[in-house]
Design a protein around this ligand. Structure first.
Ligand SMILES: [Zn+2]
Ligand SMILES: [Zn+2]
Length: 394
């Protein structure tokens, strides 16, 4: 059973606000939350999370307060709680969420489509917070902003507790891309949009490089949620997709996410496993979403093709680079980390229309209440874990 999200009392202006100021950080709106918002603080690896009660927030002029409907546990959260990835504790983890806007700062905020965000809007939001002014932001690399912030990755500070998805509420600040989402899509489809789906979208677009994917051969290494999403996105645009993953359950999933075939072992290593009528041994685009098949991806790709590295988000041994082969085959190797606001908006549009043809709703295998976050993380760490475990505030 879920109780209704904590409702804000009437917002009132801070007495210290500048009455002349527009879009100033000083002009804050106090929002009282009853019952108090709850954020689950990660303290240290293998330690229980500690709940923090947040009875109210002070919204900056262009802040948005969201009541979280569902968050999902990303693989990077699992790595953090087991100490395989450093984090500035204490912090609130979680960066895949969908929720509903319950309060907006005094200046108002626009959604990604340019229309004002309104109270009651159901939204997803970018993992990144970008300044919009630095050299990287102005050249389109907003995910590498020189003043970058990231939800689910920042140490808790006074009046800055609602910064992650493992909470009842999230306080979104200036520089966040907010995307309104359809009421008809399940939360389980939407929550992963702000990590897996948008990253997969960015990877496919980088591989396509403006070309029509229709009839192109795409190979995906790794049938986690980024890889499966990339397979579905590419197939929905007409590509012929094959997927490689060592896990038979995930290979079975890949075929439901648009792959014409799913192989355990890279075709180039074991050509006898290739079925010529279905598998195309020389893909024009290879998306490496596992982090474990980088050299194989570079070896597989067709002359003139593109390898998109997106899974190498953990420390690993360097991969030898055969420069002569790269030159003679005229291949491009490129990296994608996170995504832009436009990628997130496009990913949501994909989920809302063409994405309905794929079983995205089934990726969330189990759902736990927020207070049982530690049990949820154990479930997400199991060898047979579903692609995503969901968290619902109570
Ligand atoms: Zn993630
Ligand atoms: Zn910037």
């Amino acid at each position: 059973m879920r109780s209704a999200p904590a409702a804000p009392l009437l917002p009132r202006r801070s007495k210290t606000a500048d009455p002349e100021g527009r879009r100033t950080e000083e002009r804050r709106t106090d929002v009282v939350l009853r019952p108090a918002a709850v954020a689950m603080a990660f303290i240290a690896p293998e330690q229980p999370h500690e709940p923090i009660a947040v009875p109210g927030v002070a919204l900056a002029a262009d802040d948005v307060l969201v009541a979280i409907e569902m968050s999902t546990i990303c693989g990077s959260d699992v790595h953090t709680v087991h100490g395989r990835r450093s984090a500035p504790a204490p912090l609130v983890l979680g960066h895949e969420s969908v929720g509903r806007v319950i309060a907006i700062g005094s200046a108002g905020v626009d959604a990604a489509d340019g229309t004002p965000v309104r109270i009651g809007d159901r939204v997803v939001w970018s993992v990144t917070v970008s300044c919009g002014r630095c050299d990287r932001c102005t050249t389109g690399l907003t995910q590498k902003c020189r003043e970058l912030g990231k939800y689910g990755h920042e140490r808790i500070a006074p009046h800055r507790e609602l910064t992650g998805g493992f909470a009842s509420h999230a306080q979104l600040r200036r520089g966040t891309t907010i995307v309104r989402v359809p009421e008809t899509l399940p939360a389980a489809v939407l929550a992963p949009a702000s990590c897996a789906t948008a990253t997969a979208w960015a990877a496919v677009q980088r591989g396509a490089a403006g070309r029509d994917l229709s009839g192109m051969r795409v190979r995906v290494y790794g049938a986690g949620l980024v890889g499966l999403s990339a397979a579905a996105i590419a197939e929905s645009q007409g590509a012929i997709v094959d997927v490689a993953d060592p896990n038979p359950l995930r290979r079975a999933a890949a075929e439901r996410f648009g792959a014409v075939s799913a192989e355990a072992i890279p075709a180039a290593v074991h050509p006898e496993t290739v079925h010529p009528e279905t598998v195309h041994p020389e893909p024009e685009i290879v998306i490496e979403a596992s982090g474990h098949a980088v050299a194989q991806a570079a070896a597989d790709v067709a002359v003139g093709g593109t390898v998109v590295l997106v899974g190498s988000v953990f420390p690993a041994d360097p991969v030898p680079l055969d420069a002569e082969s790269l030159v003679r085959r005229m291949i491009t190797i490129t990296g994608i980390h996170n995504y832009t606001g436009a990628d997130l908006a496009d990913a949501v549009s994909f989920l809302a229309v063409r994405g309905r043809a794929y079983p995205f709703a089934e990726v969330v295998g189990t759902v736990h209440p927020l207070v049982d976050l530690d049990a949820a993380l154990r479930a997400a760490s199991a060898p047979d874990a579903p692609l995503r475990v969901g968290i619902i505030p109570r």
